[in-house]
Ligand binder design. Sequence first.
Ligand SMILES: *[C@@H]1O[C@H](CO)[C@@H](O)[C@H](O)[C@H]1NC(C)=O
Ligand SMILES: *[C@@H]1O[C@H](CO)[C@@H](O)[C@H](O)[C@H]1NC(C)=O
Ligand SMILES: *[C@@H]1O[C@H](CO)[C@@H](O)[C@H](O)[C@H]1NC(C)=O
Length: 307
Amino acid sequence: MSFIDNVVISVTLQNKNNKSSTMDSNPFIYIILSLSLSNFQRSYCQGLNISFVDLPDWDYLMFSQRWPVSSCIEWEGKNNSNVCNMPKDPDVWIVHGLWPTKTGTDGPNDCNSPIHFDPDQLEPILEDLDNYWTNIEASTKPNSFWAHEWKKHGTCASVLPQLNCVYNYFKKGLELNRKFELTTILADANIVPNANNYTIDDFANSILQKLNVTPQIECLSRKQESFISEIRLCFNKSFDLISCTSVGVEISNCDKKKPIKYLKDIPGVMAKASVDEYYIQPEEIISREEILHKWYTVIKFLIWFTL
Ligand SMILES: *[C@@H]1O[C@H](CO)[C@@H](O)[C@H](O)[C@H]1NC(C)=O
Ligand SMILES: *[C@@H]1O[C@H](CO)[C@@H](O)[C@H](O)[C@H]1NC(C)=O
Ligand SMILES: *[C@@H]1O[C@H](CO)[C@@H](O)[C@H](O)[C@H]1NC(C)=O
């Protein structure tokens, strides 16, 4: 590690205790800090010399982007008091996550990586994360979404040199979001957020035409309709696009009988009281246990009656 890195690290540590006063009273330190921040981040990630041999193997990466309007409908639908934190630019698809996956499974998840979530590494990219890897769920703890993504997926991804630290992992997600701008890709096939009814094929074909691969498409299902919620692209370990269907992923979870909505705004009716119209209420879902319990009662009655 070079001399300048050592200076920067000691300043950073000092800053943790008394951030504003250190900055204000010593502009020289501030300049050094700004000049060397990227250098510091790079050296942090390169300095790692940790064995990852015990981490589970995986085959490909799934990069999931979400449509914020649908994510918000989902979040508000979970509880009437939930409020959304929308990205600054209302027209962008935002990152959900970058998920290492073993063919035929959903994981691995929550790997026992020696690299733990470190929010300090995100400081240089915090604004981009807020805008493009937005935590829709307002009122949850700051960093909780990113900490969750790191813990569940980043820890397993960290075997890959390009994703070997918290900073690199989140930086890569932002880079892919910029490179594969879904708003533009869809708009080129005339799929734009409006009141139209779309189909799975509309979305899948626009990706196929532009990127020459099949994505995975997720919908949020409601009584009468579905909302496009996520579009996922698959990559091999060299970050080359591959068809998600080529690694056995189902093309979509959307109900083929319902039209798919790609809405521009969150409908007021959903944000407020009359959610009943749109949401399947929990009591409508009769659980297995309840059915078993009913049969148990009937059988008990018959035994009592015949004896
Ligand atoms: C909805 O959120 C409120 C406030 O956070 C909480 O008190 C309530 O228990 C939640 N309701 C459900 C069904 O989770
Ligand atoms: C979308 O489909 C629904 C039901 O299938 C229909 O009632 C509605 O008129 C359609 N909307 C548009 C804009 O085509
Ligand atoms: C990824 O795909 C590209 C293009 O098909 C191929 O050249 C490359 O070898 C693949 N990398 C891995 C690690 O599979």
